[in-house]
Design a binder for this molecule. Structure first.
Ligand code: G1P
Length: 297
């Protein structure tokens, strides 16, 4: 049997307090990296991995997300009449097939694990992906597609993994490593946001997961963990404890933490420079800035 993943869960219920006041009236997932909202990068990556059903776990104040993935007949008409085909084309990426997208609300902010659990009935009894849109990954082959390929070989549960500086380990889910096999790391444990100096490794979990339905069952049972929240990491660790397979996958690509201001700025620079229509002008501007700074020193 070929292992397939056709559903992805997008936890997008967070308040985005790190970006206030911007996020007072817009969801952080709508914040723009060059000219596309963060959520668009996540959706494109899911599509490239063969995902057909998109499940958003939202909360109050996130209706802009639903509008973003809806048709905009007036706007499309205006663009069509004006012959702006390239803009119509750009809008196409935001359209979803009827029935392909579902929204479910997390009524209280009880953690990432709880947000994923809210999608339990929509996911049903099959393997599913989770994408955290804050983690933007620039890669030749999109990260989730790399993971789906690995999953076809391994089955079990796979999380995206990346080395971080030891001083950063307490900001992540961290893998306790049993063995390494190329890009795959078999985990014998996993801990969410370990206290400084206690991390079992410096291999961190990044926001891409392929999970078995048992993770949903574990989420129903586990107690609040780090920060008093229901943690996805704990539900995956529980799976290891009961003998399930959990792998870290060292993806090829560059990850940007768009959940932080500095990370968002770095992503803006990197994605801006990589753009054919903007890169040259942007490089010139940066070179000018460096020259001015050097002259001032
Ligand atoms: C979440 C997960 C954490 C993971 C991180 C990756 O944490 O709980 O295990 O390492 O995403 O970005 P958050 O950044 O939401 O606190």
């Amino acid at each position: 049997m070929k292992r397939k993943v056709s559903k992805a869960v997008f936890p997008v219920a967070g308040l985005g307090t790190r970006f206030l006041p911007a996020t007072k009236s817009i969801p952080k997932e709508i914040m723009t990296l060059v000219d596309r909202p963060l959520i668009q990068y996540a959706i494109d990556e899911a599509r490239a991995a063969g995902i057909r059903e998109f499940i958003f776990v939202t909360s109050r104040g996130k209706s802009a997300l639903e509008d973003y993935f809806d048709h905009a007949p007036e706007l499309e008409n205006v663009l069509r009449k004006a012959g702006k085909d390239h803009l119509l084309e750009a809008l196409k990426a935001t359209n979803m097939e009827s029935g392909a997208i579902a929204y479910i609300r997390q009524h209280r902010p009880m953690g990432l694990g709880h947000a994923v659990w809210c999608a339990k009935r929509l996911v049903g009894n099959e393997a599913f992906a989770v994408i955290l849109p804050d983690d933007v990954i620039a890669a030749e082959k999109p990260c989730l597609a790399q993971m789906v390929e690995a999953y076809a070989e391994t089955g079990g549960n796979i999380v995206a993994a990346m080395e971080v500086a030891p001083s950063q380990a307490s900001s992540y889910g961290i893998l306790d490593i049993a063995e390494e096999n190329g890009p795959l790391v078999r985990a014998k444990g996993m801990v969410e946001k370990p206290a400084a100096g206690t991390a079992p490794s410096n291999v961190a979990v990044i926001g891409r997961y392929i999970l078995t339905p048992r993770i949903m069952q574990n989420l129903s049972r586990i107690k609040p963990g780090a920060g008093g929240e229901i943690q996805l990491t704990d539900a995956i660790a529980a799976e290891i404890a009961r003998g399930g397979n959990v792998f870290g996958y060292r993806f090829r690509g560059q990850r940007f933490d768009c959940g932080s201001k500095a990370g968002f700025l770095k992503a803006t620079v990197a994605f801006g420079l990589a753009r054919e229509d903007l890169g040259a002008e942007f490089w010139d501007y940066l070179a000018e800035m460096f020259a001015m700074r050097r002259a001032a020193q």
